[in-house]
Design a protein around this ligand. Structure first.
Ligand SMILES: *Cc1c(COP(=O)(O)O)cnc(C)c1O
Length: 374
């Protein structure tokens, strides 16, 4: 049975009429920049994130860049982050002129290991950028303790974890700023690019509102050098239609995850570990397996969607060669790049489809027999 990694058409079919109506309404208003849809989405996202303020921006990448610029990150500064994330995290640090400093991950959660952060701090360190990977938040208490002790800003990259919680607190609400992405494959996805920054800091909010609009607080007067980081109102209108479904979509992802967890228990396939302090939104369901490439090839041969997030650590990317990281120094992150495989987890995944993913995965590992006997 053919099973895609993600089925956006299934989601769209369920809400098509409302989406088209919202797009038509926005077009008919001819409010093409900013306006009520963007403001309404900002209020809603701030509310569901437990934050006072939200700034709609053009992408998750621009959410990172805008918040880093607002916090004054720049040349001569260092920002500590994880080597095992999407490129935008470290790419945005570098675009401010600051230097990304990579700290290894906790192999159980794939998130930055708080125990290793302190020894990476230098007099130039200005920020920590934890990434809540695959839908699960980082262990934020120790990260905040270290940040407060050293006077560092924390920018949460919550692109994959909108509404996920840690000790009941929402992703994006713990650090100085939280960054979301509305890239179509995220749990709350637009029909194109979009993003948002949330914060409880009024001054930071004002700076980001100016920065997203070329650093201007009043027309044609520029306090800062910003950019065009504005969120498209058509995307905001579509996101407002999708937002009421977000919790039930995430709940279905969690139910699918539980089915996989049971199926892989007792095999040599390691299901994702979720800390007892966390509720994951499972943006991805990522297993660890020996001989990962062989399994991925077998699944693809059977038309089962799977993907490797991520095949190469950021410090080993050609564009960061000048930072001088050598293979082997971030051992857990590198081990993860060789063992991880994301399986279909999207909310509309049917029970039969999921059973074919499970059968193919267990058979690909030669563990099918084992399960049927056990
Ligand atoms: C998707 C993502 C981003 C970037 O978001 P875009 O909207 O694609 O710019 C940043 N960080 C992480 C961890 C992501 O997954």
């Amino acid at each position: 049975m053919k099973v895609p990694l993600l089925d956006l058409k299934a989601q769209h079919a369920a809400i098509r009429a409302q989406v088209l109506a919202a797009v038509a309404e926005t077009l008919d208003s001819q409010v093409c920049i900013g306006g009520p849809k963007v403001a309404e989405l900002e209020r809603e996202i701030a509310a569901i994130s437990g934050c006072k303020y939200a700034v709609g921006v053009s992408s998750g990448t621009d959410a990172l860049l805008c918040s880093m610029m607002a916090l004054g990150l720049g040349p001569g500064d260092e920002a500590i982050t994880t080597p095992f994330t999407f490129f935008a995290t470290a790419g945005s640090i570098a675009r401010t002129g600051a230097t990304p400093v990579f700290v290894d991950i906790d192999p159980r959660t794939f998130n930055i290991d708080p125990e290793l952060i302190e020894r990476a701090i230098t007099p130039r360190t200005k920020a920590i950028v934890p990434v809540h990977l695959f839908g699960q938040m980082c262990d934020m208490d120790p990260i905040m303790r270290i940040a407060n002790r050293h006077g560092l800003a924390v920018i949460e990259d919550a692109a994959q974890s909108i509404t996920a919680t840690y000790k009941g607190r929402k992703a994006g609400s713990i650090g100085a700023a939280g960054c979301f992405s509305f890239y179509p494959s995220k749990n709350l996805g637009a029909a194109g690019d979009g993003g948002m920054v949330v914060t409880n800091d009024a001054a930071l909010y004002e700076r980001m509102m100016a920065l997203r609009n070329h650093g201007s607080e009043s027309k044609y007067h520029h306090v800062y050098i910003g950019g065009n980081f504005r969120l498209d109102p058509i995307q905001a209108a579509i996101l407002l239609v999708k937002l009421p479904h977000l919790d039930s979509w995430s709940e279905r992802r969690r139910r699918n995850a539980a089915v996989y967890d049971r199926a892989f228990a007792g095999t040599d396939i390691r299901a994702p570990f979720v800390m007892p302090e966390c509720v994951s939104i499972y943006n991805q369901y990522v297993i660890r397996t020996p001989e990962r490439d062989k399994l991925a090839e077998e699944l693809r041969r059977q038309d089962i969607g799977c993907e490797i997030y991520y095949p190469l650590c950021l410090p080993l990317q050609p564009c960061f060669a000048h930072l001088g990281y050598k293979a082997g120094t971030l051992a857990e992150a590198e081990r993860a790049t060789a063992e991880v495989l994301a399986l279909p987890i999207y909310p509309e995944l049917g029970a039969e489809e999921q059973q074919s993913v499970i059968r193919a995965t267990l058979a690909g590992r030669g563990q099918l027999q084992l399960r049927e006997e056990g």
